[in-house]
Every structure is written in C-alpha cells, then in structure tokens.
Ligand binder design. Structure first.
Ligand code: MSP
Length: 501
C-alpha cells in the first residue's frame, strides 16, 4: 500500500489558534483526506511548540510556570482541530517525554559527527520569531517580520556548523528538483544556500525552559532545533526505531513561507549530520494576510477561526481556505470575500444543485432517484473533472482541484437549466435528465469530500446512498454510471443558506 505521510508546523502555545494556523492545518488535512480516498496509508502529524523564550515570557506575564501555561493552551489547539474536522493521526507536544528523548538523541548524533561546537554568539534576536538576525537584515533596527525591536544578545553558545553543508545541500536539491512545491520556492532556497550559510546557535545558557543538551546540562536546546525534531520524534526516533523507519522520510512538511529557511536549509542539514535522510518534500504556503499584514499575536490583527465557523459552518470555512487562494501565494482575508465565496460556490452552486435535484425528483420521479444513462453528455464532463481534480491534488493545488470539481457542478446545473425537467411530463425523459444529474452529483460529493467532509456526506445520504464516502476509492468509485436508481431522495434543510455580509 502506498504510504502518504505529512506534517503541519507545530504551533507556538503563546497564542490561541488563529486563522493563519487553521489555514496551514486545513490544507494538510484536505490533502491527507484526498490521499485516503486514493487508498493510501495516510499519516498526518500536528502538534504544539512549547519551549523557548517566547513561551517562558508569556508564562511569566501570567505568573504561572511555563508548563502550566503550555498545559492551558495546547488543548485549545486540539479542540480547534477537532472543531475544524482535522483528521490528524498524532498530536505531539514538545514537552512530552518521547520528544525529549528523540531531541537528545539527535543532538548527540550531530555532536558526535563533529558538527556542533562551542562559540560565542553576539547579535540581534527577535523573541517573537525566536530567531537571530544579522544587522543588515533588520529594518530600521526592527525585526523585518514583526516590526518590533530586537534584543542584543551575547553569550556562549553551541553552534551547528551549517556552513559545512552548502555543497551537500546543493547536491541534494539538484538530485531532488521536485522536492519543494510550488517550484518558485525552490529557487529561493537555492539562492539562499548559494549566498553562503552561517553557522547557527543551537543552545541557550540563559534560559532553562527547554531540553538540556546531553553533553552539557548547563545549556538547553535552541527552540528551533527542538521544534524541528518533532517531525522525527513523533514518528518514533529515539523511542521506536521500527515505527520511525516505517514512516520516515515523510512526503511533505506543510509549512508557511515564513519558516522556509528553518525547514529547507537548517533541517535537512541537521538530518544529514545525524545520518538521517531528509524529507521527500515541502509544500510551502503563502500567508493569509489581514489588511496586508501577516496575522500574528505580536502584530495584533488576529482573526479567530472559531468565530467564523459559527457564522458559515465548518465546511464553509474549510472551503474558503482551500478555494480562495492559489496555494503558495498570499491571500487577503476579508469578511466580504469569505461571504461572497460562500454564496457563489456553496449556496448558489453546490447547495442549489442538491436542492433542485431533490425537488424535481420528489415532484416528477415519485421521490425515487432514477438510474443514469450511459451515453450522457455529462459522463465526459465528469471524467475530465475527475482527472483534473486528481492532478491538482497531486500537485498540492487545492484551489485548482476544487475549480475542476466545480466545473462538473456548473455543467450539471446547466444540464438542468437546458432541459428544464421541472417543466417536463412525468416519464422516461425526465428520469433520464434526473438520473444523469444524480450521477454527476454523486461523483461531485466524492471529489469534494476532502474539502467538505460533513456536507458531502449529507448529500450522499440524501440522494439515497449508503455508507461513508471516506470508505470509497477515487479510481473505482468515480467512474460514470454507478448511481443505483430506485433509491429514496430527500431534500432536507438547506445545506448552505445564503448569507449577507
Ligand atoms: N513554532 C513555529 C513552527 C515550528 S515547526 C517545526 C511557528 N509557530 S507559529 O505558531 O508562529 O506559526 C506556525 C505557522 O503557522 C507559520 O509558520 C505558518 O505556516 C502558519 N501561519 C501563521 N500565520 C499565518 C498566516 N497569517 N497565514 C498563513 N499561515 C500562517 O512558527
């Protein structure tokens, strides 16, 4: 069985889950759901990033221990993902024992390879990024991402000798030219490596909230070294080598463009040093901006996804995230944009199609859905939609995939409008039109299931079909002509009631 394993970033517990976190997680979830429908053996990992100065400071501000602080926030992520119907197979917290064991093993492996050495660090640090900056990377002395003052830091640190990995990284990427999607991000990474790599600090002596270095307990691991390791510790590195070997290397790390250097330069070098293969791929998303800025607690423009769900439902929100922005580009979140996308694609297209089919079947077919015809003009449209939808999901382009699926919805709506079955006499002609529309709708519900898991299942049941869509397989079950006919079709309440902004 083909395996498909992927990961989301692990989210800092200094902030509650927001739209930006939901964005990356929903994309990873939908791609994973698609692979389950292909019949793959899927594993999706997510979790929380709980160490480091940023969390320490957030806990201090609340007057609680960092552990108590992390314990209060991590469940909010688990709850949010449950609400958003995220089907992760594992949720790792970096304060778990299994993680500490694996991080120490990775540190020791890099140390034993001679790639970690002691040195003195002098320079600027942004706590919100948990990252060091060179003077010329600052904007008017501020962090280029958060626009806040950085802090001057000077301390004895252990350094990872990243500078030694330039050639190895370039060679690896040359051998794996498809590893980063979308492709233009690969150029960015190559350019960055070619520009020369600086060693980076992997430990802090002035901080206690972290995982101690195995060879020098007076230091804790730098939070990014610790965090990146989650991708292997969750799979069993250091605790269950057999499980680890079965899942690593993963197919994709789903990440945002802000953390590309950590993931596409630091991380493969760390793995190479420890004698572990790099991941097979990275899928790099843009930002969902609010008023032109990245959403972040530090910037103060946070949108809570759970508020939006109350308004347009979980599926409405998932659909917006997946369909509205081409993956890889930045998107601009506006409430008006959300409502207009919902109304046009869900209320007026899919919702309307399901409702009008049920109405006509009730009035003209005695409430029993007729069988499709095999020579329907919709059969070809459906075959094209299936193949284009497949290609787009394979390229991690959910918006393109949904566009291809929606072509079939639009064609089916036109098929009804052109034939006007509501004006026809009861009989064979109306049965043919409706059988074909039902078959197209059946195929649509399978194709759209990764984006709209709840409403597609509802449509499936309303058109008289049994079982769970998630048990179906794209190749076998989207072939034209399988709607059984003679089954009861019910209308039910509107799936996507129209909204006003
Ligand atoms: N903890 C680190 C990641 C460690 S992974 C080994 C971190 N956490 S974060 O909570 O600040 O953000 C995680 C990721 O969420 C971002 O890198 C990005 O992928 C995603 N997003 C956060 N805000 C976002 C938007 N406004 N838009 C899209 N994605 C954004 O960084």
């Amino acid at each position: 069985m083909t395996k498909f394993s992927s990961t989301t970033p692990i989210y800092y517990v200094n902030a509650q889950p927001h739209l930006g976190h939901a964005y990356t997680t929903i994309i990873a979830d939908a791609v994973s759901r698609w692979h389950r429908l292909l019949g793959d053996d899927v594993h999706l990992l997510t979790g929380t990033d709980e160490h480091g100065l940023k969390i320490q400071q957030a806990a201090d501000a609340k007057g609680v221990t960092p552990q108590a602080f992390a314990d209060s926030i991590a469940p909010l992520f688990e709850q949010a993902w449950q609400r958003l119907n995220i089907t992760h197979d594992d949720f790792i917290r970096t304060t778990e024992k299994r993680h500490a064991v694996g991080v120490q093993k990775l540190l020791q492996a890099c140390y034993d390879a001679g790639d970690i050495e002691s040195d003195v660090y002098q320079g600027q640090y942004c706590v919100a990024c948990e990252a060091y900056f060179l003077e010329d990377e600052l904007e008017n002395g501020n962090c280029p991402i958060h626009h806040t003052k950085t802090t001057y830091v000077e301390e004895e640190n252990y350094f990872f000798r990243l500078s030694r990995f330039e050639d190895r990284l370039l060679k690896w990427y040359a051998d794996h030219p498809q590893a980063i999607t979308p492709g233009f991000r690969m150029n960015e990474v190559i350019g960055f490596i070619k520009g020369g790599l600086n060693d980076f600090s992997i430990s802090r002596k002035t901080l206690t909230w972290g995982i101690p270095l195995p060879w020098d307990k007076s230091h804790v691991a730098y939070v990014w070294f610790d965090a990146l390791a989650n991708y292997i510790t969750a799979l069993g590195y250091g605790t269950d080598e057999k499980a680890f070997a079965e899942r690593w290397p993963v197919d994709y790390h789903f990440i945002g463009k802000d953390i590309i250097r950590f993931h596409c330069v630091y991380w493969p070098a760390m793995l190479m040093s420890a004698g572990i293969e790099p991941p097979k791929g990275w899928a790099v998303g843009g930002w969902l901006l609010v008023g032109g800025e990245k959403m972040s607690k530090t910037t103060g423009n946070v949108v809570n996804p759970l508020d939006l769900i109350d308004d347009i439902g979980v599926d409405g929100f998932r659909y917006y995230v997946l369909a509205d922005t081409a993956y890889g580009n930045d998107g601009d979140f506006t409430y008006e944009g959300l409502i207009s996308r919902y109304n046009s694609d869900l209320a007026n297209n899919l919702g309307n199609l399901a409702a009008r089919i049920a109405t006509v079947v009730e009035k003209k077919c005695g409430g029993l859905g007729p069988k499709p015809t095999l020579d329907s003009p919709l059969a070809q449209v459906a075959a094209t939609a299936v193949s284009e939808t497949k290609d787009a999901w394979a390229q991690v382009q959910p918006s393109k995939a949904l566009e291809a699926t929606w072509n079939l919805i639009r064609a089916t709506n036109s098929h009804l409008e052109n034939n006007e079955p509501w004006k026809m006499e009861v009989g064979e002609a109306v049965d043919r039109v409706m059988g074909d529309a039902l078959e197209a709708l059946r195929i649509v519900t399978i194709l759209a299931n990764p984006a709209l898991p709840t409403s597609t299942q509802k449509i499936w049941s309303r058109i008289g079909l049994k079982g769970s869509i998630t048990d179906l397989r794209i190749d076998a079950d989207t072939k034209w002509g399988q709607y059984p006919g003679g089954v009861t079709v019910v209308k039910g309440d509107p799936l996507f009631p129209r909204k006003t902004a």
